[in-house]
Design a protein around this ligand. Structure first.
Ligand code: MIG
Length: 711
């Protein structure tokens, strides 16, 4: 074992000769450090920690369950899991960072390993936290800090700055698997316009392609795609097409032909391109682990950027596999053997399961290989890098051709990919419990480096009700990625697909979202810049008794959210660790009242947003426009809760340039005086003419101050 020391005291332990995943960007210096944890190298390697009753575990990213991960099993092995029931131990992401919090100390760990890792956080044995690492070659980073938040910061520094989307990516996006052609997309656009609903873009699912072939557009369904993209973009509406991992095997299809010629596909045991089946039927999988394949595949996105596209979602990149030839043949053979027989119960279930197990069977992972650093790797051993490296390829290609920021999200991910794109949390369902999962999952994913995150709002599978959509909007209004997406054959889920009330509520909630964009964008940029959390669990800020409050979240330093996530609730219980100001936000007005510390019932209607402003904090609000391009910062409203005085840095830039161009950092300070406040605005935003302050003090008295920026 080798050991190294990084900045901030981060320790790195190198076991064997690990694959360079590229997750960690900081380089350490060799130093002799002892690894004191209990570890036994083997197949699998076993790492164990004692758990005391009070211990908590945070992190592990995209998984179901509580924010405190204690008492469950989790498997880090990217999986196309289409049914997120409570018992599922793996989803699409593999995020091996966690913090073990004890009474007297806390330590963060990152297991830098691209294969399977299984965590048992005191499920089998309540007093043991065991981790199985399926290999002997890996790195472990140990991160120290006196608070969980500082540990996160140390970790984020080690893994590098997160992906930064364009400002328009903070708008509202409509999506649906099933919008079949240009006409239908146009109808969605017109309907949003007619109903005065904010809209920033429409995602294009599989149906825009020709026969599910990546980097093609169906001529029949989109006769003049380029013109269409341009026309919508003029209205501020972006189209975001999907790209899948598998490349259709079809003679004459460019991407396929080039992939073969350039030796870009993963190989089977006989050194032939591995064949599996996904949406297009039989496909090959690009070997994204080869750098030449990444630059080739990245360049393929040029087909889209040449058509005016500035955003993409990468799907099916765990990779998801419907079947491979071997298993399909075995299943068909078994079925023929069964023909005409009187099957007993075992034979029947074997038949049924054999077919059911074709989908995403992990046997396939033993049958194909990658080439990386001139070495051959069995897929299973590097599985978790696949979606990550596909997204790196896309990021590099899009950046090269666009030379400005772009929207990029991926379904599969591992830590390291956070520098290249965001993630959506996959195929959730229109269930109230999934709204709650969404709330809890955000901070855990954020701790692992990802900031541009969100769930399918309204739920992907199943039937959404107007009430669920509205409540979900009330939470997603704060998520960097706000997309309403639903599956084929489910009930239509656009805000206008329900009653008139739902439409009206959605409209006001979406306008509120746009009012929040200056704040959300500023908070996002500052959080990335300073390696801080955008979504913070209550337990990271407040004393221990708040650790169990997992359906309230903090945003940046300013806000606490307490969304309703249950049906037929006009009120919910909120537990305030300190006195805060309750904000009731509507399109036209924002009200402030004081809320005392302690548990209380909060009424929460469907047509507005309610959230809490922490003491000595303020937030800027813009106007309720229908598009980011229409948001002007000439006039801002600032809501503040001032006890002793508050200071805020408001970040803005042109929202699209890469690098550090046009950054603006406006400093606002509010200092209470006898009967009023002193307000200072340093480096006012270039566009700004005036700010309307609404300030509440600890007695609940409100003052409004109109502040003019001197020319
Ligand atoms: O096998 O492209 O998670 O968002 O709509 C399903 C169709 C493939 C899964 C994605 C979902 C998308 C769907 N895809």
């Amino acid at each position: 074992m080798k050991s190294l020391r990084h900045k901030n005291g981060v320790e790195e332990f190198v076991f064997g000769t690990p694959v360079s995943t590229g997750a960690v960007v900081e380089k350490g210096r060799a130093e002799n450090i002892e690894f004191r944890e209990n570890i036994t190298l083997g197949e699998p390697t076993l790492l164990t920690f004692d758990l005391e009753p009070e211990d908590r575990i945070y992190g592990l990213g995209e998984h179901l369950g509580s924010i405190n991960r204690r008492g469950r099993r989790f498997r880090s092995y990217c999986r196309d899991e289409a049914n997120h029931t409570e018992d599922k131990n793996e989803l699409y992401g593999a995020h091996n960072f966690f913090i073990h919090v004890k009474d007297h100390q806390q330590i963060g760990y990152f297991i830098d390993f691209p294969g399977e890792v299984v965590y048992d956080t005191g499920f089998q044995e309540e007093e043991v936290f065991s981790i199985e690492i399926y290999g002997k070659n890996f790195r472990i980073l140990k991160i120290f800090g006196d608070t969980p938040e500082k540990i996160v910061t140390g970790f984020l520094q080690a893994i590098g700055k997160a992906y930064i989307p364009p400002k328009w990516a903070f708008g509202y996006f409509q999506s649906r698997w099933g919008y079949k052609d240009q006409k239908e997309i146009e109808e969605v656009y017109h309907r949003f316009k007619k109903e005065d609903l904010p809209l920033e873009g429409i995602y294009l699912d599989l149906d825009y392609m020709e026969d599910f072939k990546n980097f093609t557009v169906s001529k029949e369904r989109f006769p003049d795609f380029k013109e269409f993209v341009g026309k919508l973009k003029k209205e501020g509406v972006y189209l975001i097409p999907i790209i899948d991992a598998g490349v259709k095997i079809e003679a004459g299809y460019d991407t396929y032909e080039e992939g073969i010629k350039g030796k870009h596909f993963c190989l089977d045991g006989e050194e032939n391109p591995y064949v599996a089946a996904v949406w297009p039927g039989k496909v090959h999988f690009p070997d994204f682990l080869q750098s030449k394949t990444r630059s080739w595949f990245g360049d393929q996105y040029r087909f889209l950027t040449d058509l005016g596209i500035e955003g993409v979602w990468n799907d099916m990149n765990e990779p998801a596999i419907f079947y491979d030839e071997k298993n399909l043949e075995e299943a068909v053979d078994l079925a023929s053997e069964c023909r005409g027989k009187n099957l007993n119960v075992h034979q029947f279930f074997q038949l049924k399961d054999t077919f059911a197990n074709l989908l995403n069977n992990e046997d396939y992972h033993q049958r194909f290989y990658h080439r990386m650093e001139a070495k051959k790797h069995l897929h299973r051993d590097v599985h978790n890098l696949y979606g990550d490296y596909m997204t790196r390829a896309a990021n590099e290609g899009l950046g090269k051709h666009l030379k400005r920021r772009f929207l990029l999200i991926s379904r599969a991910s591992s830590i390291g990919m956070h520098r290249y794109g965001g993630i959506w949390t996959g195929d959730n369902a229109s269930w109230w419990t999934h709204l709650e999962e969404n709330i809890r999952m955000m901070p855990s994913i954020n701790m692992c480096g990802f900031y541009y995150i969100g769930a399918d709002t309204g739920g992907f599978g199943g039937q959404c009700s107007g009430e669920l959509l509205t409540r979900w909007f009330q939470f997603s209004a704060f998520a960097p990625l706000f997309r309403n997406h639903s599956a084929l054959d489910t009930r239509p889920q656009e805000p206008y697909a329900f009653s008139k009330e739902v439409l009206e509520h959605s409209r006001s909630l979406l306008k509120c979202r746009y009012r929040l964009i200056p704040y959300l964008y500023s908070t996002y940029m500052k959080a990335v810049e300073n390696y801080q959390l955008f979504f913070k669990p209550m337990a990271f800020q407040y004393p221990k008794e708040y650790e169990a409050v997992e359906d309230q979240l903090l945003i940046g330093e300013e806000l606490m959210l307490a969304p309703i996530h249950k049906k037929n609730q006009s009120h919910r219980l909120v537990d305030l660790p300190e006195k805060m100001a309750l904000v009731t936000l509507r399109e036209e007005e924002a009200d402030l009242t004081l809320a005392p510390a302690g548990p209380q019932r909060l009424s929460y209607d469907l047509d507005h947003l309610r959230f809490f402003l922490r003491p000595n904090q303020m937030i800027p609000l813009g106007e309720g426009k229908n598009n980011v391009s229409k948001l002007s910062l000439e006039k801002l409203e600032v809501l503040a809760y001032i006890r002793e005085g508050g200071a805020h840095v408001f970040y803005d830039d042109d929202g699209i340039s890469m690098g550090e161009k046009n950054q603006e950092r406006m400093h606002i300070t509010i200092t209470p005086r006898e009967n009023s406040y002193d307000i200072a605005v340093k480096k006012p935003h270039g566009a700004l003419k005036s700010i309307d302050f609404k300030i509440i003090n600890h007695r609940g008295e409100i003052q409004r101050i109109h502040y003019k920026i001197k020319e």
